[in-house]
Design a binder for this molecule. Structure first.
Ligand code: OGA
Ligand code: MN
Length: 266
């Protein structure tokens, strides 16, 4: 199997053209995709047709999977590795995680071992809205003005999960375990403060850093089509969902997510 790589923006992301993610990959093809993922941080595979089992098997090539903490939103047919991201309801209850990613974030940043990456596979989409933004935190780090860098350099940020009731410090600037690249790791959805800093003192630099990270020059916005599979590197990418139509009952968006387990950030 051979494939082409087409960058999707100047900032981040590439499309992998001509690969069927549902088929077993030989080691050479896997190595080429792995390299493309490190080079581009977000890979888009269009036109896929994947069963939950095929998505799990493809995801597992990149490492062991995390079962998502939100049991209620896992795939109903006994695939704890699949998180349903969906606006669908059944008998008045959400079938999945309805409001995934309302703010810029990195998945499971509040865990001791945040996710290496996540794969999101689109099954049903609305006629408009529901795009996902991906922001390059290596480029954002490289361009970070010195006063903001100094505000967090060498410090640990606190990440909190209301759902899990946990708080965890991680380096605010982390080093990619495979490439050595430094990136900004704080995010407005899950970071609640800076270790050793008064919350009121931390608020202003954090707000400025979030505004910097969300500059369009670092972002690729993906407009989904059914059959799109996206694999992002949570270690150096923030993502966000455009859910401006979330309260519209005709807004149906249904996806399957797998999550690849990561390392302790340093
Ligand atoms: C996620 C997530 C964003 C989206 O599944 O981790 O943040 O666009 N999703 O659904
Ligand atoms: Mn997410």
């Amino acid at each position: 199997m051979s494939f082409d790589i087409r960058p999707l923006s100047d900032a981040i992301g590439a499309e992998i053209i001509g690969l069927d993610a549902g088929q077993p990959l030989d080691d050479a093809v896997f190595a080429a995709i792995h390299k493309a993922h490190l080079d581009h941080q977000v890979l888009v595979f269009r036109g896929q047709s994947l069963t939950p089992r095929q998505q799990i098997d493809f995801s597992k090539r990149f490492g062991p999977l995390d079962a998502h903490p939100t049991q209620a939103t896992n795939h109903p047919d006994g695939y704890p590795e699949i998180l349903t991201v969906s606006t669908r309801t059944e008998n008045g209850k959400d079938v999945g995680l309805r409001n995934a990613g309302p703010q810029w974030h990195s998945d499971l940043a509040y865990r001791e071992r945040p996710a290496l990456g996540s794969m999101l596979y689109a099954l049903e989409l609305p006629d408009s809205g529901g795009n996902t933004g991906f922001a390059n935190m290596i480029a954002a780090y490289d361009a970070l003005p010195a006063p903001l860098r100094n505000a967090i350099d060498g410090k640990r940020a606190i990440f909190s999960s209301k759902r899990e009731g946990t708080e965890r410090p991680h380096p605010a600037i982390r080093t990619h375990p495979e490439t050595g690249a430094k990136s900004i790791f704080v995010n407005p959805q899950l970071t609640t403060g800076i270790e050793g800093m008064d919350d009121t003192d931390a608020a202003a630099p954090l707000a400025d850093i979030y505004a910097h990270c969300a500059e369009e020059r670092f972002i690729y916005w993906h407009c989904w089509e059914p059959g799109d599979l996206i694999f992002w590197d949570n270690r150096c990418v923030l993502h966000i969902a455009d859910h401006s139509r979330l309260d519209d009952p005709t807004y149906i968006r249904h996806m399957h997510r797998t999550t690849i387990a990561g390392d302790v950030p340093y």
